[in-house]
Design a binder for this molecule. Structure first.
Ligand code: FE2
Ligand code: FE2
Length: 307
């Protein structure tokens, strides 16, 4: 019999999830010389003033929060929702503990929405273009999932992208938390989210390990492919959205902004960015044994992720 891996819960570390304290950021205290989002040096020359640059960063952070909302509602919550439908039976206690995380994720999405609204009202920002209400990576993941008609595969897909997301989110948030150039309200927002994610990550890693152990060879082959494909899809930066923000915060025409952004986000630059954000997921997948599957190795190699 395979034992369910150990994981941590909030009571075990004598902490409450942040949803208990219900802190929502609505005040924007912009400190001198600090930014909302790590600046892209190559882009700075296009801003006519410090305010334009600050406003662009604010828009970029709104995009990040928009992604957060969708990660929670479209990825993590559905992964937990579908646990009882998995072809592998999850022990009762682990199932209950995972269910408790839905409240945290709902709170993170609410926190993100409140914060987006505060920023967008202050800086008069449009967060997305009319036709792109759903962030690019969610559209991509939905497209991948829709390739499967089989219900069990779709349920597995939801769980696998849940594992991918929860093994990387802490690192993404950490990039803001540890950056002293970022304004404090942004760091506080990310810090509070990150505090919960340490526990989520441990529970999702346990789920990922346990299911992998119990998967049939055919299911492992499928999981290896989905793990690899979605790890890459989750990292696709929405360059079109960045160009939209640039055109909004400068007087540069939209098509020109597309050209500027595409010239900065070259293939090498994209790979470099991706390697930073996926490293913890990759380590987890390596330990699991996913890289022993050719299908996964091929996907990572083709995407420029060296193994
Ligand atoms: Fe979250
Ligand atoms: Fe989470």
């Amino acid at each position: 019999m395979i034992e369910y891996p150990r994981y941590i819960t909030f009571p075990e570390v004598s902490r409450n999830p942040t949803c208990v304290s219900q802190v929502f950021q609505t005040e924007l205290h912009v400190e001198d010389g600090k930014v909302f989002y790590p600046a892209l040096p190559k882009l700075e020359k296009y801003f006519l003033s410090e305010y334009q640059s600050l406003r662009f960063g604010a828009a970029q952070f709104c995009g990040f929060l928009q992604d957060t909302i969708h990660v929670e509602h479209y990825v993590v919550i559905p992964a937990i929702r579908d646990i009882s439908l998995l072809p592998v039976k999850i022990p009762q206690k682990a199932h209950m503990d995972l269910f408790k995380l839905v409240t945290d994720e709902g709170h993170h999405a609410a926190q993100a929405l409140v914060f987006i609204n505060a920023i967008k009202d202050e800086f008069n920002i449009v967060v997305h273009e009319k036709e792109n209400k759903i962030p690019l990576f969610v559209r991509e993941l939905e497209k991948q999932k829709n390739n499967y008609n089989d219900m069990t595969k779709r349920v597995l897909f939801n769980m696998l992208i849940g594992v991918v997301t929860e093994t990387r989110i802490s690192r993404e948030l950490g990039a803001f938390v540890h950056n002293k150039n970022i304004i404090n309200v942004v760091r506080d927002n990310c810090r509070s989210h990150q505090a919960d994610e340490a526990i989520h990550c441990s529970q999702f890693m346990a789920l990922g390990k346990y299911t992998w152990e119990l998967f049939s060879e055919e299911q492992k082959e499928f999981a290896a492919e989905v793990y690899a494909k979605t790890t890459i899809a989750r990292s696709m930066p929405d360059v079109s959205r960045i160009a939209f923000y640039l055109s909004q915060t400068t007087n540069i025409a939209r098509e020109e902004c597309d050209k500027i952004i595409n010239s900065i986000y070259t293939k090498d630059f994209l790979i470099e960015e991706m390697l930073v954000s996926i490293s913890s997921t990759i380590n987890f997948l390596k330990k699991l044994g996913v890289m022993e599957y050719k299908v996964a190795r091929d996907i990572f190699t083709q995407s420029g992720v060296l193994l």
